[in-house]
Design a protein around this ligand. Sequence first.
Ligand SMILES: *Cc1c(COP(=O)(O)O)cnc(C)c1O
Length: 474
Amino acid sequence: MLKRNPRLATDNKPVYAADALGMEPEEMRRLGHKVVDLVVDRLLHKQTEPVLVAGEPAELMAALGGPLPESPLDADASIELLAEIALAYQQHGDHPRYFARVPGPSSFAGVLGDWLGTGFNTICASWGGASGPATVELVAIEWLRQLIGMPDGTEGVLVSGGSIANVTGFLAARHELGRGVSYYTDQTHSSLHRDLVAMGCIDEHMHKLVSNDDYCMSIESLEAAVAADKAAGLRPVMVIATAGTTNTGAVDPLHEIADLCAREGMWFHVDAAYGGPAAVTADGREYLAGMERADSLVLDPHKWLFQPYDLGVCMVTRPGALEKCYAMSPEYLKDVQTATGAVNFGNRSLELTRKSRALKLWLSLRTYGADKFRAAVQRGIDLAEFAEAEIRRDPGTWDLVTPAQIGVVTFAFRDWKLGEHAACTKAVTDSGFACVSSTMLRDKSVLRLCTINPLTTESDISETIRRLAEARPA
Ligand SMILES: *Cc1c(COP(=O)(O)O)cnc(C)c1O
């Protein structure tokens, strides 16, 4: 029989104060409502704010710093200072004209899930101490698995983001197969190299391959590198493929890599932190085919699954691989209960005390339903195709560098000169109208739009492209 948290009866007189540090309940409600209003008002009017504002360190420090407050300062004023100054000076990744790096179009049901968990001070470490939140996490991971088409029985753990999710998989791989060489490319996200270094990989165990003309891993180069390393007495252990690179949305040849890993007894890791959510659509699923063969796979729902920041996922398809790597059972955790189906999430990554990141995902999947997610992801894919068409319409100004690939398109001025793209992105960003980034594709400078915010309109895109052209130095 499940027991519910009791709702308070009116004759149930509180014995303790509500707040550990003594805030009165009426004040808690009043300030809480104020925060909700601030958040919803900002969401309603976000198109009126500059997309990105960067401040001067001394100025911000003067506004937000000062001596340690020994006695209470006015909470209303402090909340307003946070909302109006501290939170104004940032990239608004949920703004419909934020096209730089990777936008963060978060959804409100996700925000509510996060707030609820924070309010209940939820922990999700051991089953004994968190069976409810742990079940929500199991369900959220299972729903994600179904949504993107990973095999039945896939296990996972929620962490802060892609950087930590990737190293969570790498360490599980090393635990399973031991030390040896990992392969990736010059298009692999730079945090993955840092992950490997942090794990103590030596230089000759980090084999970075040159990507091909489509900015994908070349299976021939990979095969040659594996053979050469073996001939040199090294032990190849893992291939790190990217399913949707941050630069161009390119996908490495996943089936071929999976075949090679199977032949060579290597671990197949897929970094789908950016692109994985495209698999919720039929075309995206086809584009990412082979991803489901990963031994470990990383997703970043705080990018393209409409979640507030602080949500990455590491999934593994080898049962128990996470627990084998991370489980600990010291004396002071001995009283945790075990039962069939019970999972101690503190035994699936390097985090023990951890918040419940599943609440937001669970609540938003239930609140909106999977079809809303599919439509919103499809919208992002379509918008990049619209941007590509706009660029192709003006060959006098633009060269298309890489076509629209799951929400990312890159392009360059015809006969660009060094520094021109950076100057244009700075001009458009400084104007507050939009935020666009430039990137390097090996030795080529390009402009890049990432269009995954479903609130973006076609005219947001054409006007941004027009303003970039207008900002080209004469
Ligand atoms: C964003 C990203 C990462 C890093 O994820 P964080 O959430 O920023 O830690 C890793 N890989 C890819 C492909 C990414 O797009």
